[in-house]
Write a protein that binds this ligand. Structure first.
Ligand code: 13P
Length: 340
């Protein structure tokens, strides 16, 4: 393992004013997104849609890396250029989602564990050869009555650490993503406590598996009340609580933290990131690794129609720019209104 090189890639992924585009929806998830805008999900349409984002010009200036799904990393654009080359030409680093989804965790009703470790050591060199310099593995922790259990948190943290160690051995920067879901009816305090538990266990497992923290990026949830709780937290409270828990759990050796959006609205995800960066004096870079909060606007503008491509690219570029500003604590709400 060349740790200097891993560290350089990790730092580039969280470079000032730039963040990550999560375009790694599984075939099932992208079908759901396309169903919502009345678009049929075929291999060619998925390719065209993602190529449209990667060719959005201005927007890509704020994108440091793109997380791809296995299908996409091997695809070529309409003119025959490999999509990874289009991404590199735009100045971004190609990355790859390597987990294989989740399965129910035995004896733990309502909980899942992420799978995909078995052949990972053989798969990683192929992705490296295809241009991937970082990878992603997502663990999912749900909050509800009697959950999460220690069994679920331990099993998922252990798998994340095994994955991260395998990535570094293959000279690939692991994005370590332990996501505490915001779907439940819990309050913000419970999100705070569960996230603390999950992060503590994750970094313990990373240590036991000898993962070099300088060569990874953390992708956590923000601290927010559950969607079904009906309660709302102010932007300042979300930012203060998120920074507080990260400071308590994430060593300063980690180069950067790139948040998931998790179902927040586009503007909430931007405002929260901005407020965190305005707190300042942080030991790591704080940026975005958004899926929905970057793609919702272009998807609803595009709706599968070629005449909407330019407008969809503008919608994507706008969100990328807003989040790029938020990653520096320089976003302002009236920039959204001006664009509208
Ligand atoms: P969202 O920003 O839509 O939560 O997706 C980010 C991601 O990559 C989840 O694994």
């Amino acid at each position: 393992m060349n740790l200097d090189e891993l560290n350089k890639v990790a730092l580039a992924m969280v470079a000032p004013g730039r963040g990550i585009l999560a375009a790694d929806e599984s075939s099932g998830t992208i079908k759901k997104r396309f169903d919502a805008i009345g678009v049929e999900s075929t291999e060619d349409v998925r390719r065209d849609y993602r190529e449209m984002l990667f060719r959005s010009g201005d927007g890509m200036k704020h994108i440091s890396g793109v997380i791809l799904y296995d299908e996409t990393i091997w695809q070529k654009g309409k003119d025959g250029t490999p999509l990874v080359d289009i991404i590199k030409k735009a100045g971004a680093i190609p990355g790859i989602k390597v987990d294989e989804g989740s399965k129910p965790l035995p004896n733990c009703p309502g909980e899942v564990v992420t799978i995909g470790l078995d052949k990972l050591a053989d798969r990683l060199p192929k992705y490296y050869a295809q241009g991937a310099r970082f990878a992603k593995w997502r663990a999912v922790i749900d909050i509800g009555a009697g959950i999460p259990t220690h069994t679920c948190i331990y099993a998922n943290a252990h798998a994340l650490a095994r994955y991260a160690a395998l990535c570094q051995a293959a000279q690939i920067v692991p994005i370590v993503e332990p996501e505490v879901l915001m779907d439940g009816g819990h309050d913000i305090e419970r999100c705070f406590k569960v996230t603390e538990w999950v992060l503590k266990e994750t970094f313990q497992q990373l240590y036991h598996n000898r993962v070099a923290l300088e060569g990874m990026v953390l992708k956590p949830n923000m601290i927010v009340p559950g969607k079904k709780s009906g309660s709302k937290a102010s932007v300042e409270e979300v930012a203060a609580r998120s920074v507080k828990i990260l400071k308590a759990c994430v060593p300063a050796a980690v180069p950067g933290i790139a948040f998931l959006s998790g179902g927040q609205s586009d503007e909430e995800a931007t405002a929260h990131l901005d407020a965190m960066n305005r707190i300042g004096n942080l030991p790591w870079a704080l940026t975005f690794s958004y899926g929905r909060a970057l793609q919702h606007a272009p998807q609803t503008t595009w709706r599968g129609k070629s005449e909407n491509v330019a407008a969809a690219q503008r919608a994507f570029s706008h969100r990328a720019k807003m989040n790029g500003l938020a990653a520096m604590g320089q976003w302002k709400a009236d920039l959204e209104k001006k664009a509208a």
